[in-house]
Design a protein around this ligand. Structure first.
Ligand code: CO8
Length: 260
């Protein structure tokens, strides 16, 4: 596998499947992976037909076992800050996609891998999934948003626990703390694809506005966040999907959404 082709993109109908493909290094994130993710995001952002995406790691053993420790080992402070900034920007782009993104975590999601999973809307954990922020073992702190996304996802107590001890948690504990959305039996990619197809079958505009309403207002005061919510709710009523969705319910038939 050449370092130019370490992130691949496939389509299954309206669902995009992004795969980080460096299994020999447990899909560790180096500059080539960040470049590959950026290129895939360029393609997806130009494709109005995508309604949901699944992000996975190749090889079965890991989602992503972190930022590439070999590549980081020789960085100076300025280069390390730049690398972290690039990683944060790519993860922010993933989080900011208009359509939902689902992390399919079948194995290790450590350090930058856990941060990457948290940049996704849903985190589906297989039976062998392992999550953690083990950076303190290496004498560093999380640098791809982990200290910030983790606390927002799981709360102060659990975030401090994971970041300060570096301890690794399995799928059950990850679900209990809210780090993972759900644990699935069997093939995690198949399960994530099934969830993605379910989401892709819903009203596409409503799905996007729902994601926006939650993300853009999660840190806001309740009254201004609710004002944003009712404005987006109102916007739904300007769509053909709202007319179709409600007509289909009343006529007792399946809705045929067009995303308009
Ligand atoms: N970077 C580079 N190579 C890795 C990484 C990694 N993060 N993780 C695994 N590999 C490589 C191993 O070196 C090994 O390569 P080789 O076969 O050439 O020796 C191969 O993948 C397989 O790994 P193991 O033999 O170690 O497999 P095990 O099953 O024995 O162990 C573990 C699996 C437990 C996942 C183990 O590999 C491990 O502990 N990996 C490191 C996990 C880690 O510490 N991740 C956090 C990294 S730091 C980080 O992510 C910071 C993010 C913010 C960056 C900010 C920028 C400055």
């Amino acid at each position: 596998m050449s370092e130019e082709n370490v992130v691949t993109l496939a389509r299954d109908g309206a669902v995009a499947i992004i795969t980080i493909d460096r299994p020999a290094a447990l899909n560790a994130i180096n500059a080539a992976v960040l470049d590959g993710l950026a290129a895939v995001l360029d393609t997806l952002e130009a494709d109005a037909g995508v309604r949901c995406a699944v992000l996975a790691g190749a090889g079965g053993k890991a989602f992503v076992a972190g930022a590439d420790i070999v590549a980081m080992s020789t960085l100076g402070a300025v280069e390390a800050e730049r690398f972290a900034g690039r990683g944060q920007a790519i993860l922010n782009r993933i989080a900011g996609q208009a359509f939902p993104v689902i992390a399919a975590v079948g194995g290790f999601a450590l350090g930058g891998g856990c941060e990457l999973a948290m940049a996704c809307d849903l985190v589906i954990a297989g039976e062998k999934a392992k999550f953690g922020q083990p950076e303190v073992n290496l004498g560093v702190i999380p640098g791809f948003g982990g200290t910030q996304r983790l606390v927002r996802r799981v709360g102060m107590s659990a975030a401090l626990d994971l970041c300060l001890t570096g301890r690794i948690v399995g799928a059950d504990e990850a679900v209990r703390m809210g780090l993972a959305s759900q644990k699935v039996e069997g093939d995690v990619l198949e399960a994530a694809l099934g969830i993605a197809k379910t989401i892709a079958s819903k009203g596409p505009v409503a799905v996007r506005l729902c994601k926006r309403a939650i993300h853009e207002n999660a840190d806001g005061a309740l009254d201004s966040a609710q004002a944003a919510e009712r404005s987006l709710f109102g916007l739904c009523f300007a769509t053909a999907d709202q007319k179709e969705g409600m007509a289909a319910f009343i006529e007792k038939r399946a809705a045929a959404f067009t995303g308009a």
